[in-house]
Unconditional design. Structure first.
Length: 399
């Protein structure tokens, strides 16, 4: 009898982590690899946030905390949601986890019975379907084509709903496409959700502060009638360059938050006490750094989009948010590498870029969409320029 549980048979390794690990192996071998596969800002955590953490250490705030998170942090989260979106939550409606990823998993694990369905628009973040499956649910993937901006349309949502549907997962701005739902687009989805009161909305807003021409809207604020059916998930990882600090949060119905806290009490207990005090500063300290981050990301986006559209066989649209581009490589499929290998899939193309030209990207198949590749532009302009030049050369070398 195997020591490994059978339920793990439904879980795939994260392709983003796999490509980053492969790039690290090549770098250890002396290759000059440029890694554009990781969803991590290259900026340092703001000094004021770091100083808040140091103060917490010096003040001895290194003990266990409440499972849901320290009260001052939950108060800061409530203030942030009220200030930014006019959403009113009590602190008991807020839970803090080890990154937004744990918050999402806790919500699914706390709410899904065996066979409950979760509608997931694709392309989607690599972990969504696997987290649903691990929690005993059934991921229902709904393809959202590029022609419609990679966004879920009301008719497609309606067609995906069954009596077992329990959640709709929305990620805006989206990883991997950078698509941003407008308030009117959320309201169009709301017309469907009104007819199905058993469905809750998991609104993953982790890239909220990184939008460009499009304004940001979140479901609980855009459709107040869905307030009691929405879990709003966010954190400080992306907007505040705090990926390693592991602080995410969720705000939603009290019964769900209590259930999520019960799950967390038996797993991680809570996230780092020091990180929580740092997050208070990130949320309440003015966040002036965000404008600088967003301006830099916009400059990088424009550079990458312009360059990739010079590459033979790639077609890259400009995203409205986050820090990823998701170019189509459909015209690459069927071509041959200089070594004579036929590019049959986007995974083949990603491996060709890594092995032959030392650029790490992630195949679209990892995000439930092919043939595409995801490129993170959370790197320096110099690295992005060199990487894009290599990609242009790689495409030119195909026949």
């Amino acid at each position: 009898m195997s020591i490994v549980a059978q339920r793990l048979n439904v879980v795939r390794p994260s392709e983003t982590k796999a490509m980053t690990a492969r790039a690290a192996e090549l770098r250890d071998q002396g290759r000059d690899v440029i890694t554009l596969s990781q969803g991590e800002p290259d900026f340092d955590t703001p000094i004021a946030v770091c100083e808040a953490a140091i103060r917490a250490i010096r003040d001895g705030r290194t003990k266990y905390t409440p499972v849901a998170g320290i009260k001052p942090l939950r108060e800061a989260i409530c203030d942030s949601l009220r200030r930014d979106h006019r959403l009113d939550y009590g602190i008991d409606q807020v839970t803090v986890g080890c990154g937004a990823k744990q918050v999402v998993f806790n919500a699914l694990f706390a709410s899904l019975d065996q066979g409950d369905e979760v509608v997931i628009p694709t392309p989607c973040w690599v972990s969504y379907p696997d987290m649903v499956a691990l929690a005993g649910g059934k991921p229902v993937l709904v393809a959202c084509d590029e022609f419609h901006g990679f966004k879920l349309r009301p008719d497609a949502l309606e067609a995906a709903i069954t009596p077992r549907t329990k959640w709709l997962m929305l990620n805006s701005p989206c990883n991997p496409t950078g698509a941003v739902y407008s308030r009117s687009e959320l309201l169009a989805l709301t017309t469907v959700l009104r007819r199905h009161p058993q469905i809750h909305v998991l609104s993953d807003d982790i890239y909220e502060k990184l939008t460009y021409k499009a304004g940001f809207a979140t479901m609980a604020a855009a459709a107040p009638e869905l307030y009691d059916r929405t879990l709003t998930v966010n954190g400080v990882s992306k907007a505040d360059a705090m990926t390693g600090w592991r602080v995410g949060y969720g705000a939603g119905p009290l019964a769900l938050i209590k259930a999520m806290n019960l799950i967390q009490s038996q797993t991680s207990s809570h996230t780092s006490s020091v990180s929580q005090y740092a997050a208070i500063e990130a949320l309440s300290g003015g966040r002036k750094h965000i404008d600088e981050f967003a301006s830099a990301f916009l400059q990088r986006r424009d550079l990458v989009v312009a360059k990739l559209n010079q590459a033979e066989g790639l077609l890259c649209r400009a995203p409205d948010g986050a820090f990823y581009v998701f170019p189509s490589c459909a015209d690459i499929i069927g071509k041959r590498t200089p070594a004579g290998k036929v590019i049959e899939t986007d995974t083949d193309f990603a491996m060709y870029l890594l092995d032959a030209f030392a650029v790490a990207v992630v195949p679209g198949s990892g995000f439930m969409a092919s043939p595409y590749i995801r490129i993170s532009y959370a790197s320096s302009l110099d690295d992005l320029t060199r990487a894009c030049d290599r990609i242009i050369a790689a495409c030119a070398a195909l026949s």
